[in-house]
Design a protein around this ligand. Structure first.
Ligand code: GLN
Length: 240
């Protein structure tokens, strides 16, 4: 028997207000549909993060929760060692911002240190980005896929030289209205869209699983027509 693939859902009490925990269910279910065992481990502040997760997930949340999450994750330390050892980290919105070098909080734009896992910095933008977002993601095989989601953030994120954008914006704001969305460095991926984004974009979910397992996975046909129908509706709606 092989051990279940461990998916670690980090601090839902702090970074769980946008439904991003659904990303953990999508990853686990897509493993199970392929006959692979999956375990979702939920960890709250004060509890130790398991050091042997295959994928760690951070979600969206409010400014003060971001500061607390950085403090607790820094104290715990396991996320840094897991990423160093090759674990995948997938971070959405507030979770994405705290992975960076610095971000600002509150009306007075106080600067806070991030985890330093992505070479990005976040500052409050002129207009809050709220609404449907469509981006173009170049998959590892070189073909392009549309990613669909819902963005809701006041912070605008700029990439440094050690991070590359995840995708290019077709509709919406993305990182900072500069045409880029999200950031990637090794196996750390940050992105703005909620949705949850992996439910809307199963190809991205499979990409994370393939990174974590270090091997390609067979495509899944299950529920494909229903899923494709919903997906086309959402994309067409956003393009109107
Ligand atoms: N507080 C952050 C911002 O507004 C993140 C918000 C979120 O996670 N949706 O930029």
């Amino acid at each position: 028997m092989t051990d279940p693939v461990k998916i670690v859902l980090v601090y839902q009490s702090l970074l769980g207000i946008y439904g991003d925990q659904g990303n953990s269910l999508v990853l686990a279910q897509r493993l199970r549909w392929r006959g692979l065992d999956a375990e979702v481990v939920r960890v709250e502040p004060g509890q130790p993060l398991p050091p042997d997760g295959a994928i760690y997930l951070l979600g969206g949340g409010e400014d003060n929760a971001q500061t607390t999450a950085v403090r607790e994750l820094t104290k715990d330390g396991s996320l840094f060692s897991a990423v160093d050892a090759g674990a995948v980290l997938f971070a959405v919105c507030a979770g994405y911002q705290i992975c960076g070098q610095t971000f600002t909080i509150g009306e007075t734009d106080e600067v806070r240190e991030g985890l330093g896992l992505l070479d990005v910095t976040t500052r409050r933008g002129e207009n809050r980005a709220v609404g449907e977002i469509l981006t173009r993601w170049t998959k590892p095989d070189g073909t392009e896929s549309i990613l669909s989601g819902f963005e809701n953030h006041g912070g605008y994120t700029r990439l440094g030289p050690d991070a590359t954008p995840l995708a290019r914006v077709e509709r919406g704001i993305g990182n900072a209205g500069d045409g880029t969305e999200g950031a990637v460095a090794g196996r750390v991926i940050g992105t703005y869209p909620h949705g949850p984004v992996l439910a809307r974009n199963p190809e991205l979910a499979d990409h994370l699983l393939e990174l974590a397992l270090d091997r390609p996975l067979e495509p899944l046909d299950r529920a494909r027509s229903e899923h494709d129908g919903l997906r086309h509706e959402r994309i067409a709606f956003t393009r109107r």
